[in-house]
Design a protein around this ligand. Structure first.
Ligand SMILES: Cc1cc2nc3c(=O)[nH]c(=O)nc-3n(C[C@H](O)[C@H](O)[C@H](O)COP(=O)(O)OP(=O)(O)OC[C@H]3O[C@@H](n4cnc5c(N)ncnc54)[C@H](O)[C@@H]3O)c2cc1C
Length: 387
C-alpha cells in the first residue's frame, strides 16, 4: 500500500481489539479527562483510593487502559492482543520515585528481565529504560556541571556506569534492541555520553543501542547530524518532540540561561521532520524509530520511506506510540504493513500513578474541545451502532 493510501481515520481498524464494552469504558475514561479538577486531583485521589484498599477501581479503569499489568507476566494478554494486529510491544517498567541504591539495583535487574522476555520474541521488538531509574537525578546533574565528585559520588557513578553497561550488554547478548529514553536537558549530557559509549561497544553489526533525540530542543538536530557524521559505528535513534517543555522553560527562566526549547511548535515540527529525513538519508548505517502521536510526521516518514525505496517491513524503520493512545495511527500503520510497536508500561498500580497522571493531563490539554482520542472513540461507537 502506498503512503498516500493509508488512512488514519479508519476507526474500525484502529479499535478492532476493543469490544463494545471496552469502547464504552474508554469513552467514559477520556470524558472524565475533560474535568480539570479531576485531572488535577486525580493522582492524589487515586493514591488515597489505593491505600483504602480500592486498588481494583483504578486497576479496572485508567490502569487497564494505559498499562499492560502489574508485572511482566501479567502483560502477556496485551502483548498477544497487540501482536494479533501486527503491533509489537515495548515493555516499559514505569515505576518512579525512590532514589536508593537498592532500588536502582532492583530496577536494573527488572530491565534485564524485560530484555530476557523480549529475547527471540518477535512480539517484543525493543526494550527500553530511563537512566533516572538506575541513577540519582542530582548525581547526573552534578556530573553535567563538570563539578568535581566526592569519593562517595565517584563510587556511586561507577555503580551507575556498571548498571548501564550490564543492561546494554544483556541487550546485545540477547540481540534485543534497546532505547535509552531522553530526559531533562540538565541531565542529558551524561546520558548521551553513556549511550554513545554503549553504541561504540555494541552497535558493531547493527543498531542495538538507540539514543533518544528531543526535537523540541533547538540544538538537537545539529547534535543528531554531528553524531551521524562523526561516528563510524551503526547508530539507532528514537526521535521524539520531548516531554518536559514547561519544566525546561521554567528552569531556564528562573536561572536566567537561554531557553533550550524551540521558539514555537512549528520549529519543533520542522526539526522533527528534518531529523527523520536525515536518518533516512543515512539508512545504510542509521536505524530510526519515530516515537510520535503526530499524524503529519508519521505520514511524512511513510513518504520518505517510499522516496528512499525502503520497504514498510524494513527492520530499520519503526513507528511507536504509547499503549492506549493514538491507536488510529498504530493500527492503521500496522494494517498497511509498517513496523509499529507500542510502549506498554507496567508496574504495581500505586507505583505507576505518576505515569497515569501525566496521561490524564496530556489528554485534557484541549480544554473545552473534544480531544482527538475521545472523538475517535465516539466515531467508532457510532459506526458500530449504525451496524
Ligand atoms: C513511543 C514514545 C516514546 C517517547 N519517549 C520519550 C522520551 O524518551 N523522552 C521524552 O522527552 N519524551 C518521550 N516521548 C514523549 C514525546 O516527547 C512527546 O511529548 C509526545 O509524544 C507528544 O509529541 P508528539 O510528537 O506525539 O505530538 P504533537 O502533539 O505534535 O507535539 C506535542 C509536542 O510538541 C512540542 N511542543 C508543543 N508546543 C511547543 C512549543 N510552543 N514550542 C516547542 N515545542 C512545542 C512538545 O514536545 C509537545 O509534547 C515519547 C513518546 C512516544 C510516543
Amino acid at each position: 500500500m502506498q503512503a498516500t493510501q493509508v488512512s488514519f481515520s479508519n476507526t474500525e481498524i484502529a479499535f478492532k481489539r476493543f469490544s463494545n464494552s471496552d469502547l464504552r469504558k474508554a469513552e467514559w475514561l477520556f470524558r472524565s479527562f475533560n474535568y480539570p479538577w479531576l485531572v488535577r486531583n486525580g493522582p492524589s485521589m487515586a493514591s488515597f483510593a489505593v491505600s483504602l484498599g480500592m486498588k481494583s477501581l483504578i486497576k479496572n479503569t485508567i490502569f487497564h487502559h494505559f498499562c499492560g499489568g502489574e508485572h511482566i507476566g501479567a502483560c502477556s494478554e496485551t502483548i498477544d492482543q497487540l501482536y494479533q494486529f501486527g503491533v509489537g510491544t515495548i515493555l516499559d517498567y514505569s515505576v518512579e520515585g525512590e532514589e536508593e541504591e537498592s532500588v536502582f539495583e532492583e530496577t536494573c535487574r527488572e530491565i534485564i528481565r524485560t530484555i530476557e522476555r523480549a529475547a527471540g520474541n518477535e512480539k517484543i521488538p525493543f526494550s527500553v529504560f530511563k537512566t533516572t531509574g538506575i541513577a540519582r537525578f542530582a548525581l547526573l546533574e552534578k556530573i553535567q556541571t563538570g563539578a568535581a565528585l566526592s569519593a562517595d559520588e565517584q563510587s556511586e557513578w561507577e555503580a551507575v556506569r556498571s548498571r548501564f553497561s550490564r543492561i546494554c550488554r544483556s541487550a546485545s547478548e540477547h540481540k534485543v534492541r534497546i532505547f535509552v529514553d531522553a530526559e531533562e536537558s540538565w541531565i542529558q549530557d551524561p546520558i548521551d555520553q553513556l549511550t554513545m559509549e554503549m553504541m561504540h561497544l555494541f552497535n558493531r553489526e547493527r543498531a542495538i543501542v538507540y539514543n533518544t533525540i528531543q526535537l523540541y530542543r533547538h540544538d538537537r538536530l545539529e547534535f543528531l547530524k554531528k553524531t551521524i557524521s562523526g561516528t563510524p559505528c551503526y547508530l539507532g535513534f528514537k526521535l521524539v518532540r520531548g516531554a518536559y517543555m514547561e519544566k525546561e522553560r521554567a528552569r531556564a527562566g528562573q536561572m536566567g540561561y537561554r531557553d533550550p526549547i524551540q521558539p514555537d511548535k512549528a520549529a519543533a515540527d520542522r526539526d522533527y521532520n528534518e531529523a527523520l529525513k536525515t536518518c533516512l538519508e543515512h539508512i545504510d548505517r542509521v536505524s530510526v524509530c519515530a516515537g510520535t502521536h503526530n499524524e503529519d510526521s508519521s505520514r511524512y516518514l511513510m513518504q520518505l520511506m517510499e522516496e528512499h525505496h525502503i520497504s514498510p517491513q524494513d527492520e530499520r524503520v519503526y513507528f511507536s506510540q504509547l499503549l492506549g493512545m493514538s491507536d488510529h495511527i498504530s493500527f492503521n500503520l500496522a494494517n498497511a504493513g509498517y513496523r509499529v510497536a507500542k510502549y506498554v508500561p507496567y508496574g504495581p498500580v500505586k507505583a505507576v500513578l505518576p505515569y497515569l497522571g501525566r496521561r490524564a493531563q496530556e489528554n485534557s490539554a484541549m480544554a473545552g474541545q473534544m480531544g482527538r482520542e475521545l472523538a475517535m472513540i465516539r466515531a467508532e461507537r457510532q459506526r458500530r451502532s449504525r451496524g
